[in-house]
Design a protein around this ligand. Structure first.
Ligand code: MD3
Ligand code: FE
Length: 230
């Protein structure tokens, strides 16, 4: 028998300078631990919610924040659209995981191929994490992440159902773009000239996650960010 219901061994790929996809980076133990942490963060101190866009429509994706609270389109210390409390801090283990992610994507001092011009792992201290939950049918339109005052890379971790991720260009929300699948355990780092590219999630593919990931339904995406705020 070859192949499996839940394929894991796809190849690493660079979609653009500074945009590095590492499939299956997190093992199942790590995925389950992160899912459990997300379950707690989703409860509080500030509960997960669908953020409301300026036109008045709630997003189909639900989000809970760590560090700084995000709502379209700003970061604030208090969650003024969700009761006004302070969100939980970014735990040290998640900051460490972010540094390991950068080392994986861009290399580290002493390694062949190290790309310090993209960002140095030791200089990566994400002060914010956004945890997005995609129930069946949720999606995210093409957008740029430009509410941060820092151009530090964004580290993205996916757990649960596979999604179609659309990676575009820096000047328009339309073509040219590349569609790829992001599966459970995948790492994606967006830095350098890719940091302000348009991107989105047209759809998720229900039932595609290996149950060993710890999430029975839907998709979680965690993005680590440096806001450049103080
Ligand atoms: C490319 N989240 O939270 S993660 C977001 O899967 C967001 O939930 C998507 O877009 C998700 O803003 C995509 C991948 C991602 C994150 C940040 C980026 C891609 C990016 C920043 C610049 C370019
Ligand atoms: Fe984004």
């Amino acid at each position: 028998m070859t192949g499996s219901l839940f394929p894991r061994d796809r190849d690493r790929a660079e979609l653009g300078t500074g945009a590095v996809h590492v499939p299956g980076w997190l093992d199942f133990d790590a995925q389950r631990g992160i899912v459990e942490a997300c379950r707690q963060w989703a409860i509080g101190p500030v509960p997960m919610r669908a953020a409301v866009l300026p036109g008045g429509h709630p997003m189909s994706v639900q989000t809970v924040c760590l560090g700084w609270h995000w709502q379209p389109y700003k970061y604030t210390r208090t969650a003024d659209d969700v009761g006004g409390g302070r969100v939980a801090e970014v735990p040290d283990w998640l900051i460490t995981l972010g540094r390991r992610a950068l080392a994986e994507a861009y290399g580290a001092p002493g390694q062949p191929g190290y790309a310090p011009e993209l960002w140095k792992p030791e200089d990566y201290t994400p002060d914010t994490a956004l945890i997005n939950y995609y129930a069946h049918g949720a999606h995210m339109g093409m957008h740029q992440d430009k509410d941060e005052k820092s151009s530090a890379p964004v580290v993205s971790l996916s757990i649960g159902d596979t999604c179609i991720f659309r990676f575009g260009n820096t000047s328009t929300r339309t073509k040219p773009y590349t569609d790829i699948e992001l599966g459970s355990g995948d790492l994606f780092v967006f830095g350098g000239p890719s940091r302000f590219a348009y991107h989105g999630v047209p759809k998720t593919l229900p039932g595609t996650a290996d149950p060993d990931c710890g999430l029975a339904q839907g998709r979680i995406n965690i993005t680590l960010r440096m806001t450049g705020m103080s």
